[in-house]
Design a binder for this molecule. Structure first.
Ligand code: G6P
Length: 364
């Protein structure tokens, strides 16, 4: 087992560190020159909406992808949890693309949701890691995420590759639908090619994340905040932390703070804020200041520009590399993972096999 972990203490650590390589594999398979060229064809110009369905971390990847498909491709997206979608018996438009995201391709609720949509939707499309899986087999089109075998129960490299594939598809859809031109596609592709290197820079913050995690490990509750794509990323941070450190964590959209969670804020509450410098930065900072005014302990995860503007009075800052805001979710996945991982290691929990959880939930 030591060899399989390649010198890492846990499979989760090994898989976190593999991400620059596994994301490169997505780029190799989905990018050709200065355009997106997916390994299998699907025409996003012939559909009028996407219904995304998944569970767990894959569901969070869908929530991020909604921002990409809506903003880049102007394609409306609805996102559902598979266990809700399968029983709600909602209408499925004949022009809808039903899109299922699953690492294992065997999650019982996701498979049942797929079978519900099949024959009603325009097409059943999946984004899967295991190519020989039930979900891949039952789909009209299956896009591989090429993450390789993932052992850690808490998904890391599969999540980043789900994001990579969904972003590639959103750019592709934008082009097919005439929402972006070849020059804009080439720009996005050029940035995409830099991402593995930027992820490696994000991974280099690990010693700092480890230091901060030692302090998070003392907390009994932690709040995660973000806006835009950083809102689902706040969910990913909270989910990872709950799964492996057993610390209660909640995620909120920054703007929703005043509608409830602000009542929880006092000097014992760490509040992790994901806020790269982007068009929403100022808004998030003002929410962060509302937390600080109530003595909440803000851990600001931002880039050098954000740190220069908004570090005053915050408890701690974790500085990520700068990145085009479109690509920020892939980069901010790294601190979400590293903070959860090191908090769990600090607490001495079973990181690769957290209690009560299974890697793949094949029964309802
Ligand atoms: C389980 C795993 C999660 C995973 C979820 C969905 O809960 O512990 O890590 O995100 O299932 O699994 P899937 O294989 O469908 O992506």
């Amino acid at each position: 087992a030591r060899i399989e972990k390649a010198g890492h203490r846990h499979f989760m650590a090994k898989e976190i560190h593999e991400q620059p390589q596994t994301l490169s594999d997505v780029i190799a398979a989905y990018v050709d020159g200065d355009r997106i060229a997916p390994p299998v064809a699907y025409d996003f110009a012939a559909t009028d909406r996407i219904q995304m369905v998944a569970c767990g971390t894959a569901h969070i990847a869908c929530q991020v992808a909604k921002y990409w498909f809506e903003q880049l491709a102007r394609l409306p997206v609805e996102v559902d949890i598979a266990s809700e979608y399968r029983y709600r018996e909602g209408p499925v438009g004949a022009e809808t693309t039903a899109l299922f995201v699953s690492q294992s391709g065997e999650t019982a609720d996701t498979l049942a949701a797929l079978r519900y949509a099949k024959g009603k939707a325009r097409a059943v499309v999946s984004v899967v890691n295991v190519a020989e899986s039930s979900i891949a087999r039952d789909s009209d089109v299956a896009f591989p995420i090429l993450a390789g075998v993932e052992i850690g129960v808490a998904s890391t490299k599969a999540f980043v590759n789900q994001l990579g594939v969904l972003l590639a598809l959103a750019i592709h859809a934008a082009r097919q639908r005439g929402e972006i031109d070849a020059a804009r596609e080439a720009d996005l592709v050029a940035t995409f090619r830099l991402l593995p290197g930027i992820l490696a820079q994000a991974l280099a913050t690990e010693p700092r994340a480890e230091e901060l995690a030692a302090r998070l490990a003392e907390a009994s509750d932690i709040l995660f905040l973000g806006r835009g794509t950083m809102y689902p990323m706040a969910h990913e941070g909270a989910l990872k932390l709950k799964e492996i450190s057993y610390i209660h964590a909640e995620a909120y959209a920054s703007g929703e703070l005043k509608h409830g969670p602000i009542a929880l804020v006092d000097r014992t509450l760490p509040v992790v804020v994901f806020a790269p410098m982007d068009a929403l930065f100022e808004k998030t900072v003002s929410n962060m200041q509302e937390v600080m005014a109530r003595e909440g302990q803000v851990l600001l995860v931002t880039d050098a520009d954000g740190a220069a503007q908004a570090s005053d009075g915050v408890w701690e800052v974790l500085v990520m590399p700068r990145v085009d805001p479109v690509f920020a979710p892939l980069v901010y996945a790294v601190p979400a993972q590293l903070l959860a991982y090191h908090t769990a290691v600090h607490k001495g929990t079973d990181v690769d096999q957290p209690r009560n959880l299974a890697k793949s939930v094949t029964v309802e």
